[in-house]
Design a protein around this ligand. Structure first.
Ligand SMILES: [Zn+2]
Length: 665
């Protein structure tokens, strides 16, 4: 631009190069490695700044690229029609600009009608069906070709491998995501096992989709939600596509609104912002799509994005505060977690005084120092995290670089860091803090549920040598408890009777309480349902364990290793000697199908598919996607097709709906 002096021009050009390189690096971290260093908001700010600078030099602006997720390991394939990303904004007035631009391109001055839907923070995939059969599942890749993730996508529960009454080639577009409950479960299991927890569900889903081990992928329970069509779209309106996708058997977008005039956009956004907190997946904005498919076609696309759709993204809640201290937690498996102790600050209506610092690498990368002013961000249901340091504020302050301790903050043993792990661990099996945490976990609500055996009580008993393992709980005597503060005779009696009562419990509670790495509450329930007895569980091989939906190879190995240790077996036998009795898990009312894996095919008359699934699970069984070696029973409705043939070939028993109904009685 003519107003720029040559010097300013040079400066701007230099900045463009810097920004491009930085954005490339973040693209790699986000799309390929699934371990971003910055939040989406920070990333979008960098992008916006680059665009602004590039607009100063229209003569040599580079073509806009879309982030490339191809990892260079999996096979790649071309998309039948390009798969583009969406333009986005954080600014409400920009929506009016988008709308104005579309109106001008179409030369229409009557109000444009949009479909507005939540923007799922997942991974875009393209499912290509040929003659109704799922042929390929591809990631977005560079927009023209993506990584082939077909095998992994096939592990998604309920995803139809065959669809009926569709054109020869149809592209189903949607997002792969992991629901919040599974995200939290896997992260908890990962940190217990000393592995790097993922910063959010999206990264976990994208990391999972690129794994080479489909068994592991299956255990992580990815989900898919369909929201559009590529090739094979013969609809007049976008709003007709969602019910169509549902009819084909996909989970589709249920929460869409029709925006009759752009003036209603803000109200709809507010409404969806309120509703999104109840959705099982994380959303980061809303998507506007022109409803008339003919207009969509007329508008076409730019190299990067369709012209007929755009996204409005919600700004994450963030605030600046002072980092008072960095403290450490020692987990029950010895993992050391740094915690930021903050000057309390208000974030989305609640006071935040602690935030996660993930691990030592993260502190070093962000160069976080005690005394810094830091930016805390909270997006959705995720725990607050420190995203950056206000370096401006550090000037003229002699803050020392933070050095991660070399020794356990509780027992002083030198910390260990395995090559593939980001977490540091205290390797001392007798580390008192680990023992305390193990016993607290054993007694907790999601394990043995021993009331009045709280954290402080456990701590005091361990520190005074009354408890060394979980087995010692059952050997406690009245006089051992006299040391407890504020515990009179009645409290002592109550605690002893609660411990006594815990001897009659559900099997999954005991399994969970053992604290086996990579086995959390959900997995413990699956294991208990499957084996129904502790002996059967303890005797299982890695192969046996991997038959269970939700148990991958790593978890299976971890279980076998656990029971292979003499010390663990000793503890278990000491506990059992006290006469523990396990009942059938309460999640299973009636274990008729305990351990059985079902598949379902064809059109059912008396039940909805979901209903059958729930009934099977309530009775201790589980449901597979397709026919594989471990399927025990196929339930076949009308027109079972391919699955029926496969089951016959494999000699798998086939049940009619009535057989199923009778079995339930
Ligand atoms: Zn220690």
């Amino acid at each position: 631009m003519s107003e720029l002096t040559p010097r300013e021009k040079k400066k701007a050009q230099k900045k463009i190069l810097q920004l491009s390189a930085e954005i490339d690096r973040h693209d790699r971290l986000y799309y390929r490695d699934s371990q971003p260093e910055i939040s989406d908001f920070e990333y979008d700010c960098l992008k916006a700044e680059l665009l602004r600078l590039e607009s100063l030099f229209p003569e040599n602006s580079s073509p806009e690229k879309i982030g490339d997720d191809r990892g260079g390991i999996l096979l790649t394939r071309a998309h039948p029609t390009p798969m583009l990303s969406l333009e986005n904004t954080y600014n409400l007035t920009e929506i009016l600009n988008f709308n104005g631009r579309i109106g001008r391109l179409l030369k229409i001055d009557t109000p444009l009608i949009y479909v507005v839907e939540p923007k799922i923070d997942g991974l875009a995939v393209n499912l290509i069906y040929e003659q109704g059969q799922l042929k390929y599942a591809l990631t977005r890749g560079n927009g023209t070709e993506g990584d082939d993730v077909t095998d992994n996508v096939k592990t998604i529960e309920g995803l139809p491998l065959h669809i009926e009454n569709v054109s020869d080639l149809i592209e189903i577009r949607g997002e792969i995501y992991m629901d919040q409950a599974d995200f939290q479960r896997i992260n908890r299991e990962r940190s217990d096992g000393g592995e790097i927890p993922f910063a959010n569900a999206r990264n976990l889903a994208s990391g999972t989709l690129k794994l080479m081990d489909s068994g592991e992928v299956r255990s992580r329970r990815l989900q898919f939600i369909a929201h559009g069509l590529g090739m094979g779209n013969n609809f007049q309106r976008q709003s007709e596509i969602y019910p169509f996708l549902e009819r084909l058997g996909f989970q589709s977008q249920k929460y869409f609104y029709i925006c009759e005039k752009i003036g209603d956009a803000e109200t709809i956004i507010r409404q969806l912002d309120g509703e999104r907190k109840r959705l099982p997946y994380h959303t980061d904005g809303v998507v506007f799509k022109i409803n008339e498919c003919l207009l969509q076609k007329n508008l076409g696309t730019t190299a990067k994005a369709p012209r007929w759709a755009f996204a409005y993204k919600f700004e994450p809640e963030r605030a600046e505060t002072i980092l008072r201290d960095i403290t450490f937690q020692v987990g029950r498996t010895g993992v050391i977690t740094p915690v930021a102790e903050l000057e309390p600050v208000n974030l989305s209506g609640s006071w935040v005084s602690r935030a996660t610092l993930h691990n030592g690498d993260d502190i070093e990368k962000k160069d976080i120092r005690i005394g810094d002013r830091v930016i805390v961000e909270k997006s959705g249901e995720i725990i607050p995290a420190i995203v950056a340091v206000n370096l401006e504020n550090r000037k003229n302050k002699a803050l020392e670089k933070f050095i991660f301790p070399k020794n356990c903050p509780r027992c002083a043993t030198e910390l260990l860091r395995l090559p593939e792990e980001v977490a540091c661990r205290c390797p001392n099996e007798n580390c008192r803090e680990q023992i305390i945490q193990k016993i607290i976990y054993f007694a907790s609500k999601t394990a043995m549920d021993i009331d009045s055996l709280g954290d402080a009580v456990v701590r005091k008993l361990v520190e005074n040598g009354k408890l060394k393992t979980i087995a010692d709980l059952y050997a406690l005597h009245r006089e051992d408890l006299y040391i407890l503060d504020n515990f009179g005779d009645r409290s002592i009696s109550r605690l002893l009777s609660n411990i006594e009562h815990s001897k009659k419990t559900e099997l999954w509670r005991f399994i969970n309480g053992l604290g086996i790495a990579l086995v959390g509450e959900k997995t413990a329930k699956d294991l208990a349902n499957y084996f129904s007895s502790l002996d059967a569980f303890m005797g299982a091989s890695v192969d046996d364990l991997m038959q269970i939906r939700g148990v991958g190879e790593k978890a299976a190995q971890s279980i076998v290793d656990f029971f292979g240790k003499e010390k663990n077996m000793d503890t278990i036998h000491r506990i059992l000697d006290n006469g523990l009795e396990f009942s059938i898990p309460s999640t299973v009312k009636n274990p008729k199908f305990s351990g059985k894996l079902f598949a379902i095919t064809g059109k059912l008359e008396q039940y909805a598919r979901d209903e059958v699934k729930v009934l099977i699970e309530q009775n201790g069984g589980s449901v597979a996607n397709g026919i594989n070696g471990s399927v025990d029973i196929l339930i076949a409705g009308a027109g079972g097709g391919q699955k029926l043939g496969e089951a016959e070939a494999k000699n798998i028993p086939i049940w009619s709906e009535n057989d199923f109904k009778n079995a339930l009685k």
